[in-house]
Design a protein around this ligand. Structure first.
Ligand SMILES: [Zn+2]
Length: 321
């Protein structure tokens, strides 16, 4: 039986309570702009919205040592303004927001594999793809996507998970979580060199994971055509050979032409076409199963327009194989 709906969005107002200082690019205004865009497009009411549950603290140990989680919580409880890195700010509401981001991803996995929805989009913050098991960095506190992938493996027995990270920055945290594992095929398209400095083409995994990390570093200036060529060519070839049970997307929108932190040239229509391509692949390879996580994207207008395009494609039933 096909799932009841093509897409569910995972959301909580608590994501707005992760506060940063004025001028910080990763602000609650990002989510407010996206929601306004989704409302204007009719998608906020049209796409079923699930209240993100907070993850149980023990489940974080799928990726993060208990000592790291305790350190993070204690820092936030005592009123710290940053954790581990000067760019990674926190406020009183940050721990709960982070727990709900992690919980949202796991709930999306449960709902997709339980047949409630074909795809899930985690619409929240703080983002996660830079978070290392024991270090907050790059605006990220918990490794949201990596946690959901480990949840899919441990709670549902998934054997092969593909991750496509198209955020303009390299997904060093996700890469680190699965560098030694063949159970996750990690593919990252990113501007290089750029923060965080990792993601060279010769970083390709180690041990049993050798060959299951694929970095595609790109010079500044790449746009729709280049990204689509890569998705339709090498990325499709890798995924077709790997035969994933599910595809995760680290959906950052900071490779948009208007983004202040990246130097790429993707348009909002380009993000729609990229989403279509991955959706088609998911339809052919894994019953359309996709869980997508909001990562970066810092020009509010470009971000809103791009997320609307991404959500509209994922919600479009006719494309669901
Ligand atoms: Zn980014």
């Amino acid at each position: 039986m096909p799932p009841e709906t093509p897409l569910q969005v995972y959301w909580s107002p608590d994501f707005l309570e992760h506060r940063v200082s004025p001028g910080h690019p990763e602000s609650a205004a990002r989510l407010e702009a996206i929601i306004a865009g989704l409302r204007a497009a009719g998608l906020w009411d049209q796409v079923p919205r699930i209240d993100a549950p907070a993850v149980a603290l023990e489940r974080l140990q799928l990726i993060h040592p208990a000592g790291y989680v305790a350190r993070l919580q204690a820092a936030i409880d005592r009123g710290a303004r940053v954790v581990d890195s000067a760019d990674t700010e926190v406020s009183a509401g940050s721990f709960q927001a982070a727990l709900k981001m992690a919980g949202a991803g796991m709930q999306a996995v449960d709902d997709v594999l339980g047949g409630k929805t074909t795809a899930g989009f985690v619409l929240g913050r703080p983002p996660g793809h830079h978070a290392l098991p024991d270090l907050a960095m790059g605006f990220c506190l918990l490794a949201n996507l990596a946690l959901a992938a480990r949840h899919a493996q441990t709670a549902h027995g998934l054997e092969r998970i593909a991750v496509i990270d198209w955020d303009v920055h390299h997904g060093n945290g996700t890469q680190a979580a699965f560098y030694n594992s063949a159970a996750v095929q990690f593919i990252s398209l990113h501007e290089y060199p750029l923060y965080p400095g990792t993601g060279a083409a010769d970083e390709s995994g180690s041990g049993a994971g050798l060959g299951f990390t694929c970095n595609i570093p790109l010079a500044a200036g790449a746009g729709d055509e280049r990204y689509l060529q890569l998705l339709e060519g090498p990325v499709t070839d890798i995924l077709t050979g790997y035969r994933p049970d599910m595809i995760f997307i680290s959906a950052g929108f900071d490779a948009h032409a208007a983004d202040p932190l990246g130097h790429m040239q993707i348009s909002s229509a380009g993000f729609a076409a990229m989403t279509r391509q991955i959706k088609q692949l998911a339809g052919e390879l894994c019953h359309g199963r996709i869980v997508s996580f909001l990562e970066g994207g810092y020009n509010l207008d470009a971000l809103a327009e791009s997320v609307v395009a991404h959500v509209a494609e994922l919600a479009h039933r006719a494309n669901t194989a």
